[in-house]
Design a protein around this ligand. Sequence first.
Ligand SMILES: Cc1ncc(COP(=O)(O)O)c(C=O)c1O
Length: 459
Amino acid sequence: MTPASSPLRPCPSEGESNQSPSRRHWQSRHLDAATRLLLQRDEEVFLRQSLSTPCIDVLAGAAGSSLADVEGRTFLDFHGNSAHQVGYGHPRVVEAVVAQLQRLPFCPRRYTNLPAIELGERLAALSPMAGTKILFSPGGTGAVGMALKLARMATGRFKTISMWGSFHGASLDAISLGGEALFRQNIGPLLPGTEHVPPADPYRCLWNPGGNCNDCDGRCARYLEYVLDQEGDIAAVVAEPLRCTSVTAAPPGYWARVRRACDRHGTLLVFDETAVCLGRTGTMFACQQEGVEPDILVLGKGLGGGIFPLAAILARGGLDIAPDRALGHYTHEKSPVACAAALAAVEVIVEEGLCSRADVLGEHAVAFLRRLAERVPHIGDVRGRGLLFAADLVIDRVGKEPAVDLADRVLYHCLAAGLSFKVSHGGVLTLSPPLTIGESELDRALGILAEALIDQPTS
Ligand SMILES: Cc1ncc(COP(=O)(O)O)c(C=O)c1O
């Protein structure tokens, strides 16, 4: 079916649509003619697509926790595409990049280089899995593709189980794993054998809507086990251990149960931590809070220090099984500059204690939002892990239907006051500041958010 004969239904997804009337209103009130002209040139030259072009504004600078647009307006960046764990332009990362650029800017694939080796060794030492071996790629989507290939080669099987509503990148293999209609609708046949199950979601549980996880005996895990049993030949279960955009954590014990089920079936467990790795959730890797080791761990985004595109797969010992095949083969596989940036970023995260900082500041933010929820009935739920936290806006707390219009208004109100964040899945305000953010910046952002939520008309 062509897109013309099958109009897309609006589908809340990952991020907010660029079609919102609030966006146009915000632009008409805040942007001058020169900025509007740049946006027009951008739209004329770039293919339009739902979550970017036409864009909202034109940036000219970024430093620490803030973005600056071409008119000098600044935004505390609680979005950052989850790539800014160490903030923007961290001096140690910039210094490492500049030095490496002057020394060895590129490494053709038949060679290796010191930053790549050192980064590999550093990540292997930090990895939760014994005997970890590593492969880099220029982006998370490619790393997910490598994980899929490795799982196929290691098991001799091709089927996967992943989650409805998930996102694992934008290529055809990644959208086949992913579960968001925005990426899957009207695009033609997807990868065969990509089975989906509903995600474990304690707030909007499919099996036990009015109840809680204590009175249900893990039906979400049982469903996944059931599909594993029925198929019998699943190569891998692929999931984020913590759903980044909705900040949804599975109930306690879920991943341990999935791990045991994978082991029974000879299925690999792949955790995609592209968006939640490297201290974001208060530990170096999000899966460490689940006490569950995957077979393959995917890292990305912040790995490049908020500067370079870089992602990786970490594979447990025993998975170095394809010396005669090609798993990645990316031109920029061992980019010395990207690896130097990553090495510096990882050192900053470790040496500046950013994991525990995320933990402490995250608790403060969640406590603030919980107090705010006592005054704002449209906050249905507050969730957080480290410096990744969310307020789930609902029309009412019983029906839990996403308050899409309200979320949209709150976003543009906050942008006008200098705070940027993401709206996901219609009504979830997803907040992820740099882990280096100052306490006063965090409090300023929380104040802006509170004011926006209290000020909004509720209908
Ligand atoms: C969980 C997850 N996996 C994979 C990707 C794809 O990463 P990239 O955009 O670097 O290809 C993303 C990007 O948002 C992601 O959130």
